[in-house]
Design a protein around this ligand. Structure first.
Ligand SMILES: Nc1ncnc2c1ncn2[C@@H]1O[C@H](COP(=O)(O)OP(=O)(O)OP(=O)(O)O)[C@@H](O)[C@H]1O
Ligand SMILES: O=C(O)C1=C[C@@H](O)[C@@H](O)[C@H](O)C1
Ligand SMILES: [Mg+2]
Length: 213
């Protein structure tokens, strides 16, 4: 009997194949990139499309510390926040069956970058400074609380770009609906998994999974 999918859920995005088995390119993936490129939003949608758990490291930190990010920055200092991020990275790299959305600065720190890249694919989302500004201007991100947030975005982005470039897969998010971005990420992850399959064949490697779970 034909199945009617919920609005907007294309069959290409569903990890369930015709026999009810789940097919996904990876069982662990992380999203990195500058503030406002869409890591939280796209990560959540990607996790649904792949039927994986979702962890947003910023949200995890605020829940564990019991304070919002602006409160953590103001009351504990940025150094404390970065130490929390490093600890969260150590933990999420031990997880499986998860999509991880990082904070904008998490991938900038060498130790975090090294751990994450060793664990699996890192998808970097990109957007222009103007798009980032539009998407963040009504929010309270502490690093953008300056008289001229657009200049601050340009400066920080230029500083951080060489680090983001070290990601595995790069996807542009300007002017594109979330569903299209998720679809591109999944296609690129399949291509990446195919290249890995020649090297990594052990179960539990986190690469490719065509069996039911
Ligand atoms: N492709 C998109 N098109 C339009 N709006 C988007 C898109 N992606 C994200 N947004 C919106 O932009 C805002 C910022 O997105 P989001 O919070 O996902 O960014 P982020 O990369 O997680 O930022 P941060 O590094 O600060 O956590 C949100 O309101 C989100 O809904
Ligand atoms: O780019 C950054 O350094 C940050 C991005 C946000 O996700 C938060 O992690 C915090 O506001 C710092
Ligand atoms: Mg986020």
């Amino acid at each position: 009997m034909p199945v009617t999918l919920p609005n907007g859920l294309s069959t290409r995005l569903s990890p369930m194949n015709g026999s009810g088995l789940i097919e996904r390119p990876v069982t662990w993936v992380t999203l990195a990139g500058f503030m406002g490129t869409g890591k939280s939003r796209i990560g959540w949608e990607l996790s649904r499309a792949l039927a994986l758990h979702f962890v947003d490291t910023d949200k995890l930190i605020t829940r564990v510390v019991g304070k919002s990010i602006p409160e953590v920055f103001a009351e504990e200092g940025e150094g404390y926040f970065r130490a929390c991020e490093a600890e969260v990275v150590r933990r999420v790299t031990r997880l499986d069956h998860a999509v991880i959305s990082l904070g904008g600065g998490t991938f900038i720190h060498e130790g975090n970058r090294h751990r994450l890249l060793e664990r699996g694919p890192v998808v970097v989302l990109w957007a222009t400074p103007e798009t980032v500004y539009q998407r963040t201007r009504h929010s309270d991100r502490p690093l953008l609380k300056t008289p001229d947030p657009l200049s601050q975005i340009r400066t920080l982005m230029t500083e951080r770009e060489p680090h983001y470039r070290q990601g595995t897969i790069h996807v542009h998010s300007d002017g594109r609906p979330a569903e299209e971005i998720v679809e591109e990420i999944i296609e690129r992850l399949w291509a990446w998994a195919d290249t890995q399959a020649a090297w990594v064949t052990e179960p539990g490697s986190g690469v490719g999974e065509r069996a039911a779970d």
